[in-house]
Design a protein around this ligand. Structure first.
Ligand code: GLN
Length: 210
């Protein structure tokens, strides 16, 4: 598959193949990124879920961390962090030192408890899709604060679950583990992708469930 928009998935640790399959379902063949060189020419990069401390260490050891920061600042690379990836992007982590620190958000790790406290839900995210989107939370963080220019896309109960800036997207849940392509489609659009297809149906009522 050939695509004019070049998308990478950070493939040092964590849930890579599910993101690749969702992108493939939209006709985009993603490149797995394990080296600084693999960032060349990318319009967008997904930082998957996994373990943020481990991912952060690997970003440092491989040199991909500084290279992606440079591509973000100098080449307009668009980033999307899911779960651990969102933690990597945050400027502030409660009680810990930040990693890439490029999104104006504060996150609290493992804020719902252990792996056993993982759960699923569904919510309307009007900016992203006219239909409710399934949400999968796995030992998820919470976004507990945002600062301009961050825009909140989804707020649930007492925490924020999805945030964006013009050049970055953070979701504490895992769209790649749900049977729905809305967030991947939305990220591709942020990267300059022009999908073919029908106009969205905006007639569905609001629904938000944790
Ligand atoms: N709890 C993990 C962390 O803090 C994130 C879990 C996930 O990505 N599903 O890094």
């Amino acid at each position: 598959m050939d695509s004019p928009v070049q998308i990478g998935i950070l493939a040092l640790q964590g849930g890579v193949s599910e993101h690749r399959q969702h992108l493939a379902a939209l006709g985009v063949a993603a490149r797995e990124v394990r080296t600084p060189e693999a960032l060349a020419g990318l319009h967008g990069l997904i930082l998957p879920g996994g373990e943020s401390t481990c991912l952060s260490r690997l970003l440092r050891l491989t040199g991909v961390g500084p290279a992606l920061l440079q591509a973000y600042r100098e080449n307009g690379l668009v980033l999307w962090g899911t779960c651990a990836g969102a933690i990597l992007l945050a400027e502030e982590i409660v009680g810990e030192t930040p990693h890439l620190g490029l999104m104006p958000i504060t996150v609290s790790r493992n804020a719902f408890g252990s792996q056993l406290d993982s759960f699923q839900g569904e919510a309307l995210v009007p900016t992203v899709s006219p239909k409710p989107i399934p949400l999968v939370f796995i030992r998820a963080p919470q976004i507990v604060g945002t600062h301009p220019p961050a825009r909140v896309l989804l707020e649930l109960d007492s925490y924020i679950a999805a945030v964006e800036t013009d050049q970055a997207l953070a979701t504490v849940f895992h769209p790649e583990l749900a049977d729905d392509l809305s967030f991947h489609r939305y990220f591709l659009r942020k990267c300059g992708w022009q999908p073919a297809g029908a106009a969205p149906d905006r007639s569905r009522p609001f629904l938000a469930v944790r």
